[in-house]
Design a protein around this ligand. Sequence first.
Ligand SMILES: [Zn+2]
Length: 257
Amino acid sequence: MDIYDTHAHFSEDREKTASTLARARAAGVARLMAVGGSPELNRAALLAQTLAPDATRLALGADRDQAGDASANDATMEAVRALHSAHACAAVGEIGLDFHYSPDTARSQCDLFARQLALADELALPVVIHTREADDATLGVLDEVPWRADAPRGVIHCFTGSPAFARQLLDRNFLISISGIVTFRAADNVRESARVVPIDRLLVETDSPFLAPVPMRGNENEPAFIVHTVKFLADLLSVPAEELAARTFANAVALFG
Ligand SMILES: [Zn+2]
């Protein structure tokens, strides 16, 4: 069964990343999205792509932790633009808002988020979005920034919101990506939300090195572990695991290549 892990972060340690990629391939991860978001994560994503160019797609960008005052955001945007002119990317990401960990920088997060959405529109690329405890602000920014209407806008990665929020994002032409959190005992809301997403709008991811799924909890997560998430989600949705893997693979290829 071939699986597309649509969200993985990597280490700048070349040997470690090479062995992570080898285990991923052996586990059936035929393609993955190497996701940046900070200068370190962007460099590590580029390293992963260098090590496995055929299997790896790239998302480079600036996440909520990079948000600063207007001039800091100017400098960050210049760096993100430079990355996108130097490298062929499949998406801008990850970008977005986190008011759980960083409520104090809400304004500057929204500014950086909006500017990267505009950049993605200009480059005709989809976006990879993180949103946590920021439902209204996320929808507000999305509705403010124009988007070419003819293409899916991107993915809400590691979705942990309510079914109602999932529907609002589906209405805005997003796909929803489910991580290993869906296997956690306490994650009833994620399971409920996964059920409202039509299978042609669904993606799967590890968000490694975070959030190892059951039964790998306690380990550093890696793309090879996505097999457990696919099997769990397939049971939840009452589809064969092979079919879920194939459908989410096709969805990811259509969005990211
Ligand atoms: Zn991430």
